[in-house]
Design a protein around this ligand. Structure first.
Ligand code: AMP
Length: 431
């Protein structure tokens, strides 16, 4: 029979890789808590309408990339392609917005039917961080310094920060008109994709990666030059805060991002270490989104970090995630030992908090059991036979040192584990 494979672009994260993920997730949680952010867990499936109204009808995500289906009631649902809209919806629905200054985060899988390649998948994971109800540029500055702190905490080289301001909807409307006039007057020079974008979403022409389009784009009017005094003041306040905090950044007037809900500040952290998929983190202000999906108007800002790309960066930086090895592998020897193994393991677990203990699960010779103990990566093998049961002890072998085995009472095991935890674990011997 054919074996069933995972869906293209949707990857298993195997036990050998999961340590790096857990290490990143753990550090993220610590950092977020230290900045006063709380976790929120919206569902993975939402009404398609939510994404249409927030991300925008005429965006690559909504037009081409969503996993959309009718459920058994005939309602159109979609797997979330990103999380901001879900968080905004949840905040409206639950009344979270009644208290301004909500700092929340969510982590989990997102789904986009894109062409899979290195760093670009159909199921990928994001950490999504949002500040709801704060209009001041201080919210932007907070998210930016927090992300910079995360790069440093993880031990990866700072990616490059690019910022831009898209102004409010009135400014965007005026600018869009100006852009359409400019590109229409040069339409013969546009490639097919840009010509299509000219009709649908002209701002996205600025995003084109086609080298032939670059001179035309370089010469296009820039939205930063079209900001009104309020938008300009906001942007300058952000620049002052970033300057004070020693954050290096580059203003990229062509940074527009692929989602329609952004107004005002947008930013991206990019790296040249990952090839074509250079964006590690992207975000911005979306002061109209909450009203657009039916809430009472509330300013908001957020960013999303792509975890796959962060894991790849961590690998490149050579930082080894610290994955705790099991303390011990407990093997019952003979029928009586095998029968009592779980009972003894439970006593040890009761006595020693955070004990990492694997119990051998199949009858075999002592030699085979020791081989399994070695393969488990555990520090110690605990052997339990009739004699040990009678003595209330375990025969202990240090699998990382060439020392003779010894008999240790069940009470004495706590001290053994505490001593092992206090010292660095010796490397596995070559077998
Ligand atoms: P976006 O929601 O498009 O602003 O993306 C935010 C971040 O998510 C990006 O900077 C990437 O790190 C990551 N990301 C977006 N799309 C994908 C994808 N298809 N595969 C892997 N990571 C992605």
């Amino acid at each position: 029979m054919n074996s069933i494979k995972a869906i293209r672009g949707m990857n298993d994260i195997l036990p050998s890789a999961v340590g790096a993920w857990q290490s990143i997730e753990r550090q993220m949680r610590t950092l977020l808590a230290s900045f006063g952010y709380e976790e929120i867990r919206p569902p993975i499936v939402e009404r398609t309408e939510l994404f249409r109204r927030s991300i925008g009808e005429i965006t690559d995500i909504v037009e081409k990339e969503m996993y959309t289906f009718d459920d058994r009631n005939g309602d159109s649902l979609s797997l979330r392609p990103e999380c901001t809209a879900s968080i905004a919806r949840a905040a409206i629905q639950s009344g979270l917005l009644r208290t301004p200054g909500q700092r929340v985060w969510a982590m989990g899988p997102m789904f986009r039917h894109e062409r899979p390649q290195k760093g670009r998948y159909r199921q990928f994971h994001q950490l999504d961080v949002e500040i709801l109800g704060i209009a001041d540029a201080s919210a932007e500055a907070e998210l930016i310094v927090m992300s910079r702190r995360l790069w440093r905490m993880l031990g990866i080289d700072d990616p490059v920060l690019e910022v831009n301001s898209l102004g409010d909807r009135t400014i965007q409307k005026r600018y869009r008109k100006e852009l359409v006039e400019y590109f229409s007057s040069r339409s013969a020079e546009l490639d097919d994709d840009c010509r299509r974008r000219l009709q649908t979403n002209p701002l996205r022409i600025l995003d084109s990666k086609n080298p032939a389009m670059q001179p035309l784009i370089e010469a296009a009017p820039r939205i930063v030059d079209r900001l009104d005094p309020a938008a300009l003041g906001h942007f300058e306040r952000l620049e002052a805060m970033l300057g004070e905090a020693g954050v290096e950044y580059r203003i990229n007037p062509r940074l527009v991002r692929g989602l329609d809900y952004y107004t005002g500040t947008v930013f991206e952290w990019t790296t040249d270490a990952l090839g074509a998929q250079s964006a590690v983190c992207g975000g911005g202000r979306y002061d109209d989104l909450i009203a657009d999906i039916g809430g009472s108007a509330s300013p908001a800002i957020g960013f999303a970090i792509g975890l796959e790309r962060l894991v790849a960066l961590l690998e490149l930086s050579g930082v080894e995630p610290s994955i705790p090895v099991p303390h011990a592998y407990l093997a019952g020897i003979g029928e009586a030992g095998e029968r009592s193994a779980h009972a003894v393991a439970e006593r040890l677990r009761d006595a020693i908090s955070d004990l990492r203990l694997i119990v051998d699960a199949e009858s075999a010779s002592l030699k085979a059991k020791l081989k399994r103990a070695n393969r488990s990566g555990a520090r110690f093998a605990f052997l339990l036979g009739e004699e040990e049961i009678r003595d209330g002890a375990l025969t202990v072998r240090d699998l990382r040192k060439d020392t003779p085995q010894s008999s240790i009472s069940l009470e004495g095991i706590s001290a053994l584990i505490a001593a092992a935890d206090a010292a660095p674990t010796p490397a596995l011997p070559d077998h």
